[in-house]
Write a protein that binds this ligand. Sequence first.
Ligand code: HEM
Length: 368
Amino acid sequence: NEAQPFYGNHQAGITTPRPAAAMTVAFDVLATTRADLQRLFQTLSERISFLMKGGPAPTGDPKFPPADSGVLGSQIVPDNLTMTIAVGASLFDERFGLGKVKPGHLVRMTGFPNDALDADMCHGDLLLQICSNSNEVNIHALRDVVKNLPDLLMVRWKQDGFLRIEESASKKTARNLLGFKDGTANPNATDEAVMNKIVWVQPNAGEPTWATGGTYQVVRVIRHFVERWDRTPLHQQAEIFGRDKVEGAPLGMKSEFDAPDYVSDPKGQRIALDSHIRLANPRRPETEENLILRRPFNYSRGVTKSGQLDMGLLFICFQSNLEKGFITVQKRLNGEQLEEYIKPIGGGYFFVLPGVPTKDGYLGQSLI
Ligand code: HEM
């Protein structure tokens, strides 16, 4: 029942370890004036700082609808809740006159060759990422936001995610629904210097001043064809990723956290040249600027019309430069062997607002 801090130079939910339950919700902003937009950010900040800290649920006159959904009872528990606000390129259109201060790389996500993007699952003026130890806490938080901002926000699309968090071993990497450990080679999120390099926009980065301390967030809803995957030989599954399935070690190595050796394997005899990890991160000095912080969750949402299981990866990553980060890495992955088993169907590009350093501030204050 831990509370994550709301105040700080950066928002929570980025370098925070992944909890068991997640939700990404994209909204259209209904505000029409800059003053409305300010009210939106102020109200959001108030609600988020309250929900992340927890406390007694507000009560009111029974003649009116209850102030709180009641999903968590009379005591709102934080349960590791983080609520992270990011904005999409569309917020910088003519409506609010913010065009001049749009983060330099923020664009509307365009499709990659293997994508089959569903328009109902893409983009948005605002993205709310909600993570905590349980679905109920996330749903309670979302309903609080929706209830308090009916005139300013409309839900556009939503995707839930989950992870199996094993409590006993602190260094255990959660698995994705293809059965592989996912997150092994991530940069160290507890190392501030590393995060300043890879994730947080720095003052001298050529971005608008207000964006310092923020980061670009990519969300991709990537369906898995699990029936086909489950009929694929184990050695082939390992070759596709470049890692062994049980331990998660790079092929030819023993342990999960051993570094893959590409120098002595230039032809890809141990780890194929078109394997996922080798394309995603070739580990050459010149590809170091393409490192990203991944924070994905699994999803499962019923069955397709043709009777296939509809599940996959709610891929989320953060980087200080969208072009050098996700876009470059995804271009390198285009045509990878894994494509036969996956289909990106939704998501978007967003910019995570800098944090709120002091109690009198609010999210988006530097932007408004
Ligand atoms: C590594 C799975 C999509 C970037 C990995 C690993 C797995 C994996 C199992 C190895 C373990 C690890 O280091 O975490 C998947 C699956 C995907 C997917 C199932 C989609 C269905 C993506 C996308 C990107 C990406 C869209 C970025 C464009 C990376 C990177 C690594 C990685 C950078 C680390 C490589 C390294 O440093 O050695 N992924 N991934 N992945 N993936 Fe993905």
